[in-house]
Design a protein around this ligand. Structure first.
Ligand code: AMP
Length: 543
């Protein structure tokens, strides 16, 4: 390469090393996030060999934050947001206050002054958007009530951060010149920021709400897929960046509102699909960029404060959040989910730490401590999630929770309780066929249970899930999920357990049909072909 091209080098190193480490993590059955973080350590400045540009990596990670928040906004309505405010606003504030006080206590024992303690405590109190949303998405919780509370909570934390970032320079000024402290010196920037946030919300609801759907409808009518894809990205990133520059709110909040407005149109499903691949790729770069910050010296220089900091984040914050959610009358499961979601810190804390040290409010040791504590808390989060949710009676990723069928029962196993699976299940019931449904989406599991079916919750790609559904004794397996390739993997696993059961698999493309035929699956139903046949029958039958 004639010239060193830092942006390309950072993206390539980020993707390649994250892929390798992520693949190893999955092989070792640990959460892939651990692999991505380690990838960051490998391409980071504190390990030998290639060093990626951490400034660029951070900016790239910000794109991941924008697309994640945009995606969440697509599934949120203004009503959802207002519904959760009763718990999210007091909850987030009380929890931030508790964590900040705990952080200040730790800072006091380390001999730091009050302002340093305050910034340090604040940095320990705010959770990372990326970590929280990824954790919820991995478990299909975003669209549940618990998920909505967690997202509402996150938005309040985001707003508190916007305020904190404005007030820190004021605090630094007062610390240097205590005579300059006056009510107006603090109140003015505070009120100014609130006005800007209010202006942003009003602008989005009055202008954005008309402009964005209109623009998108126009694009749909041009018939160009490329333009549609581009318009979704342009809206997500354009609104995020525009609101940050004009109204000083965070990228995340801007993207969330853009998504929420688009979510009101029937195009939201398509918009979600268009952004998924980019979103996932850039979210991975977030973890790489975090891993790059890890300086192992802190382990030697401040081991005890580090353990105390991690304990505040993982135990202190979780307990506070748990207690608050329970106080508001929600059940254990909701409280545990919120507690697990918030038991980590990330990008906001890095921004606070960098700004705090830049302004002379925070000693360098505190910044190093925040970075290291963040990395450990992010690393621990998936384990904590599985542990806590396991205790709450909900199955963690990939594992199954359900009553196995009685030993002598011969039954049908149905994978997927969506548009197709639901109809199959109802028809099988009419024929009085014993049935066990396998489904990995929390809401759909609830639908199936409400309809009175026996359900095993989990990913059918996992052998354990199929075993829990009694695959060994099944007469047939109906794979009613839209992904034919994934269906093939499930069919292969099922065959290892039970070689004689009849397999019927749903597919949607010729490629999938060929692939399934190659695996020896005889009964493949290609959705589009059946549709065409049926439409032809109707047209010719009526002619
Ligand atoms: P639909 O496309 O509406 O028929 O929905 C398909 C359903 O299958 C959804 O409810 C998915 O959650 C579910 N599903 C997809 N893949 C899997 C899988 N690997 N294991 C279990 N359920 C799945």
């Amino acid at each position: 390469m004639p010239h060193y091209q830092p942006l390309i080098a950072t993206i390539v190193a980020g993707f390649v090393v994250a892929f390798v480490m992520g693949a190893i993590a999955i092989r070792l059955r640990v959460p892939p996030i651990a692999g991505y973080l380690l990838a960051g350590v490998i391409v980071g400045p504190f390990t030998p060999g290639f060093v990626a540009d951490s400034g660029l990596a951070n900016e790239l990670a910000e794109i991941g934050v924008i697309l994640l928040m945009f995606g969440v906004g697509l599934h949120f309505s203004l009503k959802d947001l207002l519904d959760v405010r009763k718990i999210a606003v007091p909850g987030a504030i009380a929890q931030i206050a508790t964590a900040t006080l705990l952080g200040m206590a730790l800072a006091w024992t380390l001999g730091w002054d009050l302002a340093a303690g305050f910034v340090f405590g604040l940095a320990l109190s705010v959770a990372s958007t990326v970590v929280l949303l990824r954790a919820l998405q991995a478990r299909n919780l975003v669209e549940t009530e618990r998920g909505r509370i967690a997202v509402g909570w996150l938005i309040v934390e985001d707003l508190v951060m916007v305020l904190a970032l404005v007030l820190l320079p004021v605090l630094a000024g007062i610390q240097k010149n205590p005579q300059g402290a006056s009510f107006s010196a603090i109140a003015l920037p505070f009120v100014g920021t609130l006005l800007k946030v209010g202006g942003f919300v009003a602008f989005m609801l009055l202008v954005g709400r008309r402009l964005i759907p209109a623009a998108l409808h126009w694009v749909v009518h041009t018939g160009s897929r490329e333009l549609f894809r581009l318009s979704v990205l342009a809206i997500a990133m354009g609104v995020a960046a525009g609101s940050a520059y004009v109204f000083d709110v965070s990228f995340a909040l801007g993207a969330f509102f853009a998504g929420m407005i688009l979510g009101e149109t029937p195009l939201s499903r398509r918009a979600t699909e268009e952004t998924l691949p980019l979103r996932d790729a850039f979210a991975v770069l977030f973890f790489v960029s975090v891993g790059m910050l890890f300086d192992p010296r802190v382990l030697v220089e401040q081991p005890l404060p580090l353990i105390a900091g991690i304990t505040i984040i993982v135990v202190g914050k979780s307990l506070a959040a748990f207690a608050i959610v329970r106080l508001f009358g929600h059940d254990n499961r909701t409280a545990l989910t919120i507690a697990a979601s918030l038991a980590q810190i990330g990008e906001f804390s890095f921004i606070l730490a960098t700004l705090g040290t830049g302004l002379g409010l925070l000693p360098d040791a505190a910044r190093d401590l925040i970075l290291a504590a963040a990395i450990f808390s992010i690393f621990l989060n998936p384990f904590l999630f599985s542990f806590i949710l396991g205790k709450a009676g909900a199955a963690p990723d990939g594992s199954a929770a359900g009553t196995p069928p009685s030993a002598d029962q011969r039954h049908v196993v149905l994978v997927g309780y969506g548009r197709v699976g639901k109809m199959l299940a109802a028809a099988l019931r009419q024929r009085q066929e014993p049935l066990i449904v396998v489904e990995n989406d929390a809401e759909r599991v609830r639908d199936a249970e409400r309809a009175g079916f026996e359900v095993v919750r989990g990913n059918a790609v996992e052998r354990g899930t199929l075993e829990a559904a009694g695959m060994a004794r099944a007469t047939s397996l109906l794979i009613a999920i839209p992904e034919g390739f994934e269906g093939g993997v499930i069919a292969e696993k099922a065959r290892q357990i039970n070689a004689t059961a009849r397999l019927v698999v749903r597919a949607h493309s010729d490629g999938e049909v060929d692939y399934l035929a190659g695996l020896g699956v005889k009964d493949v139903v290609m959705g589009e072909r059946e549709l065409a046949r049926c439409m032809l029958d109707r047209a010719c039958g009526q002619a």
